[in-house]
Design a protein around this ligand. Sequence first.
Ligand code: SF4
Length: 347
Amino acid sequence: MSALLSVQDLRVRFRTMGPIKALAIGTKAPFIDAVCGVSFEIHKGETLALVGESGSGKSTIARTIIGLQRAVSGSISFDGQELTELSAAERKPYLRRMAMTFQDPIGSLSPRLTVRSLLTEPFRIHGLKDRDAGAEATRLLRMVGLPADFVGRYPHRLSGGQARRVSIARALALNPDLIIADEPTAGLDVSVQGEVLNLLTRLQDELGIAILIITHNLNVVRHITDRMAIMYLGRFIEVGSTERIFHQPRHPYTEALLAANPEPDPDAVINRIELMGDVPSLMRRPSGCEFHTRCRYAQDICSHVFPEPTASREDAHHSFKCHFPLERETPMRLEQRRLSLAGPLRK
Ligand code: SF4
């Protein structure tokens, strides 16, 4: 089955200073590479998570897919159509089939618009004037479990969970094939996080939507994603099925992220792994393995030889970039992790 979304060797670069200043200080490279050769695919009905610390490039990938950011090179293909070769007007019908929910749901909803206007704005933007706005708003509210009388509310009268549901309803307005959810549970308490995740999985099951989740919350990843990609300084450093990576992370950075994830069981044995130092600046990337400045397993070779992707012996779809991949399984209690969010969650 061909992929719904295929991203191949994507590179995104930001200019750090204007050409005159760069000339004045004699730098030839006034850029930072925010995304460096990232490749992945998402199939219909599948959920993929991009995981990483702030600044790892995951949101930049999302913004590039929906056309808010320009790629330096690489391919973004949606339903078989290469998007990077299209003009803005030619791309519009494809972008209509993708929707994004943003990290701060209240902040991303215009404070001057009612819920009804917010939900029907996508129809106006895409020139679908024949839609019955009232009926559509009610339909969308019902899909996300909110009462119809919310149509007259303004964003400041919504709780964080309600605003999140409204932003999901808005994303559903044009019947997308793909939803990109940027930190879908940020700022929500644990029980509301569970409700939002259940909503996303229910909608996915009912509508067959593919979901790309951008998050640093590994409980979210564990509960609703099929596959995950761990990012560090704009690169994928480990990719595979969520089950496999939680069971046996091969990259030391993944191991540290999993160990830092809040453990819901007060009796669980917690093996915290302290990462040394801070995330390096994108302007001064370490040589060799870019994680070597923080890795407790680093050896000489790590500081000068870049590790190429290696496929796991047990699972060819699980790959990682490390000269000395971990061999042991994690002692994590997956069943207990599943209980950390309220409500029945999809395995
Ligand atoms: Fe650590 Fe070396 Fe592996 Fe990089 S290549 S993650 S420094 S062990």
